[in-house]
Design a protein around this ligand. Structure first.
Ligand SMILES: [Cu+2]
Length: 260
């Protein structure tokens, strides 16, 4: 029965989107200014540029770091329709962090591996976002220590649209060459790209693990370093590849109207 369900789900999911899945981790603010005492966060698993469908996921691990200390992050699970008006409900999560000291807040969420039938493999994502609170701007390039992680080489908050984002992909702490980094806009404006190829843009890391991308317009942008990391046994006892993706989210502010 379990095996039958697995095959059935495989067939059902084959018709779902082929574009990039992203673990979205977006805070209310990228820069916390004086007077603000907390920041809310959202985590969902989706296809950001297409606005969905949202996918089911579980949080395997999540925490944040400030000044070298690790803090737990509590998430509330919420059910949302997979697509607008759909009867199929999936999980998303909301959380909040109390800002009780100035610092760089490095936040991460690791999802549990799930079977992506359209690709015949397991996928796990490790997403992070870095925010600056109360005037502190040092320490944003410190690794969290995730298995697959993007280290920013450009201050990952307070960016303008048109700025070039540069990052370095680390696997187990070591620079990873020739890795594809998928780039998507968190599409809150209902933009419809004229060709499918524009949904996910792709840049590759060089010999030393570096990549760069020029952010074309304002909003939240996700970068996902896609890597293969061994395999996992499925419920049918077969081994399936395990993809682990390291994701980072950055916000670009709109160009001021005086200079447009
Ligand atoms: Cu997906």
């Amino acid at each position: 029965m379990k095996k039958f369900l697995f095959v059935l789900l495989t067939i059902l999911f084959l018709v779902s989107s082929v574009n990039a899945h992203f673990l979205v981790l977006i805070p209310e603010y990228d820069v916390i200014e004086k007077g603000r005492k907390s920041v809310t966060l959202e985590a969902k698993f989706t296809h950001p540029m297409e606005g969905g469908p949202h996918m089911e996921f579980n949080i395997a691990e999540s925490a944040f770091f400030v000044k070298g200390e690790k803090y737990t992050l509590n998430w509330q699970k919420k059910l949302i329709p997979s697509t607008k008006g759909s009867l199929k409900k999936v999980s998303m999560y909301t959380g909040s962090i109390t800002i009780n000291k100035p610092g760089i807040y490095r936040i991460f969420v690791n999802s549990s591996p799930y079977f992506e039938s359209s690709e015949g493999k397991y996928i796990q994502q490790m997403a992070k976002v870095i925010i600056s609170a109360l005037g502190i701007e040092e320490g944003w390039d410190e690794p969290i220590g995730l298995k697959v992680e993007i280290i920013p080489l450009v201050k990952p908050f307070g960016l303008w649209e048109g700025n070039t984002f540069k990052g370095r992909v680390l696997i187990d702490g070591k620079p990873a060459k020739n890795i594809e980094v998928e780039v998507e806009y968190m599409n809150t404006k209902g933009i419809k790209p004229p060709v499918e190829s524009l949904i996910t843009q792709v840049v590759k890391t060089d010999e030393n693990g570096y990549f760069e991308y020029t952010i074309p317009w304002a909003g939240w942008w996700g970068f996902s370093a896609v890597t293969e990391q061994g395999s996992i046994k499925g419920p049918d006892n077969k081994e399936y590849p395990l993809e682990i993706d390291g994701v980072i989210w950055v916000k670009a502010y709109p160009k001021p109207k005086e200079v447009r």
